[in-house]
Structure formats: structure tokens, C-alpha cells
Design a protein around this ligand. Structure first.
Ligand code: TXA
Ligand code: MG
Length: 356
């Protein structure tokens, strides 16, 4: 184990431990830290070499830009320009919290952090440990999700230690992530803000604050090159094959697929209200609401691998805004293996993605 493991209960009281972590950041090292969305793999966002260390640790393509995490509005001015009134309103309502905004970057932000783009993504996290770490490090912290590139994001320190223990300088051991899905990303460089990645904060919440907001076509599966470069890569993939099942007759179809794949030891990710339909079968409960499902999805994908399941059969968790964000991640994990329950198993292609 190369990483220093630092347990944090209360970031404001445990000054020495927080100092140690911030010293590693100031010296150009890498620290995995909790946020309310998912755990982040952080380094000094204004230091090109530190940013390089992040790409190395994750095995991430270097054209995929990082999010800068800030502790206060002063840091926002340091890294971003042409902020505009709408962004300030969104910041006032949703920061600190699970919202990332994209702005024109200031010169101080190195090209290594932004993957060569002239824009920069910025978030003020709600998690106290995260904000205290940024404050003590006295620099914006660049942090992608803490997983190896292409794997499911990490929401619990145990998964961080298992996957990244040999790859980073320190890991802060803290609470599981409250939201469980990465932040909503909104591009603020256009007159009408554009959602580049869906998350807990949905379209209607954003529109209630700033009026009309668009959703990037790539998010809707309409084939444009995504404006958030990271959205084009294979994502969230466990070793198990994931199938997402939607539509009328969903439960019956899952039962059929379960029998079909029996030899590969399938597990069903199901809403709690459907538990009784799957009696005697292997099941992880997604809870009662899409919010509860969001919180457990990534850790379940990892658990399925740990327990040796070859197949995951995942229910649709709902069409509300958080539900759509959850299904956006699930469908990426499935790599296009989306089954419409009433489609009688025929494969057809839409938008270049195989649908069964
Ligand atoms: O909740 C989150 O956002 C977590 C936590 C750690 O804060 N971070 C996270 O980072 O999800 P990452 O690197 O896994 O995803 C960042 C996404 C990528 O899809 C990236 O392409 C996009 O943000 N992105 C970053 N900078 C961008 C920019 N200037 N313009 C457009 N997209 C950008
Ligand atoms: Mg990620």
C-alpha cells in the first residue's frame, strides 16, 4: 500500500490530519477525498505536473478535462472569467453543492488541467472535508472521480482503498457519498445554459432560477459529439455484463433473462416495491425512490463484481429527473445493452447503439 490512509471524522477538529493531507496537495501529490457526489482524486489544479499525476493515477486520456473544486467565490474569480449574472444566481442557490459550471478560463489555469480547452469546469462541493481540504491547500483542487478510468465511480472509502491504494499518495477515509452520482454539469459560456451531464440537480430546478436551459443532444442520445469530452468514453463498466430493462412487462422480461443467463450467476437490481416478484432470486434493492437508487448504484456495480456475478439485470428506476440521471449512468455501464421489455427480443440499432 503506497497511499497514506487518513481517517477523518470532523475536519474542523482534526487539524493535524487535515494539514497533512493539504501538505501533500501543496507538494504536487494526489489525495482521494470525499465529496457529496462521489469521491474525488485531487491534486493542485494550478500545477501542470500535479494534474499530470492525476491522469497517470487514473489511466485517463489526457484530452479529458478535470473539474476544479473551489472553497469560496474568490477562488472562482481566480480561475474563471466572463461569469455573467445567470452563473452568479446558480452559484447562490446551488453552491456549495452538486453543480459544476463551465466558464472561459483564466490564464492561471494550465492547459493540462483543462485538457487543452479554453474553458474550465468549476464546482464548490458541499462536503465539509472537501472544502476544508481546499481551504487549507490554498489552491483550487482538480479532481475527477476517484476510479480507474472507465470503471464505476467510487462512493465509499473501502472501494477507494481497494482500487487506488497503490496509485495515489493519500486517501481520506470518511462517510459514503450522500448523492452517489457525479454532479450536474452546465455550460455557462452560451446565452442559454446547456446541461452537459445530468445529475441530482435537474432541468426544472435550474430553469426555476435562470429561465430556459437546454440539454446537450449527446445527453439525449442524439448522436452529436458530446461537449463534455468525458461523456464520449466507455464508462462505469464493471466486469459483469449489465443489461438495462425498461418498459411495460419489465418484471416478466427480467425473470426470463434471469433464467436465460442462470449459468452466469445473474443479480437483479430492483426497486424495493418489486422485491416480491423476484423471490428466491439474487437481488440488490435499489430502495424506494430514484434518489435512493442514485446513492447505491455505483457501489452495487462494484459489489456485483466482488460477489462474482457475471450478469446484472437492472430495472428502470423512473422517469423523474434524478431517475433519468441514474439511467444515464446505468445505460453507459450497460454499453448499449438496453432491453425494451415489449420488444420481443429483437435487436435493432438506433443512433449507433445496439438495442435489444
Ligand atoms: O461530482 C463530480 O463532478 C465529481 C466529483 C469528484 O466532484 N467529479 C467528476 O469528475 O465526476 P470526472 O472527471 O469524472 O468528470 C468530469 C466531466 C468529464 O465528462 C469532463 O469531460 C467534463 O466534466 N468537463 C471537465 N471540464 C470541462 C470543460 N471545460 N468543458 C466541458 N466538459 C468538461
Ligand atoms: Mg468520472
Amino acid at each position: 500500500m503506497r497511499a497514506e490512509l487518513i481517517r477523518i471524522e470532523d475536519p474542523l477538529k482534526e487539524k493535524e490530519k487535515m494539514e497533512l493531507a493539504s501538505r501533500i496537495i501543496r507538494c504536487g501529490g494526489t489525495v482521494i477525498f470525499p465529496t457529496e457526489t462521489v469521491y474525488g482524486l485531487g491534486a493542485n489544479g494550478l500545477d501542470p505536473e500535479a494534474a499530470y499525476n492525476i491522469y497517470q493515477a487514473k489511466g485517463r486520456p489526457s484530452d479529458n478535462p478535470l473539474i476544479l473544486h473551489i472553497a469560496d467565490m474568490e477562488m472562482l474569480g481566480l480561475v474563471a472569467r466572463n461569469l455573467g449574472e445567470k452563473a452568479l444566481k446558480l452559484a447562490e442557490v446551488f453552491w456549495p453543492g452538486p453543480l459544476t459550471m463551465v466558464f472561459d478560463k483564466q490564464d492561471i489555469v494550465p492547459a493540462e488541467t483543462t485538457g487543452g480547452l479554453s474553458t474550465v469546469a468549476v464546482r464548490m462541493p458541499g462536503n465539509e472535508v472537501a472544502r476544508e481540504l481546499i481551504r487549507l491547500s490554498d489552491t483550487p483542487i482538480a479532481a475527477p472521480s476517484a476510479n480507474i478510468s472507465g470503471r464505476p465511480s467510487i462512493t465509499m472509502w473501502e472501494d477507494a482503498v481497494e482500487e487506488m491504494g497503490e496509485r495515489v499518495d493519500a486517501i481520506l477515509l470518511s462517510e459514503p457519498s450522500e448523492v452517489g452520482l457525479e454532479s450536474t454539469i452546465v455550460d455557462m459560456t452560451e446565452d442559454i445554459p446547456v446541461i452537459l451531464r445530468p445529475g441530482k440537480i435537474g432541468l426544472s430546478e435550474l430553469e426555476a432560477v435562470v429561465g430556459p436551459v437546454r440539454v446537450d443532444k449527446a445527453v439525449l442520445g442524439q448522436g452529436d459529439a458530446p461537449k463534455a469530452p468525458g461523456m464520449k468514453y466507455t464508462h462505469y463498466s464493471p466486469n459483469a455484463s449489465v443489461y438495462v430493462i425498461k418498459g411495460e412487462g419489465m418484471v416478466e422480461r427480467i425473470l426470463e433473462e434471469y433464467q436465460k443467463y442462470r449459468e452466469e450467476d445473474p443479480v437483479i437490481f430492483a426497486m424495493e416495491k418489486h422485491r416480491q416478484h423476484y423471490e428466491g432470486l439474487k437481488l440488490y434493492s435499489l430502495g424506494a425512490t430514484s434518489l435512493e437508487a442514485a446513492k447505491v448504484l455505483f457501489s452495487y456495480l462494484r459489489k456485483a463484481d466482488r460477489e462474482g456475478h457475471g450478469i446484472v439485470l437492472m430495472e428502470n428506476v423512473g422517469e423523474d429527473e434524478v431517475g433519468l440521471a441514474v439511467m444515464n449512468r446505468a445505460e453507459k455501464a450497460a454499453g448499449g445493452k438496453l432491453i425494451y421489455a415489449n420488444s420481443k427480443g429483437k435487436m435493432h440499432k438506433r443512433n449507433g447503439v445496439n438495442r435489444i
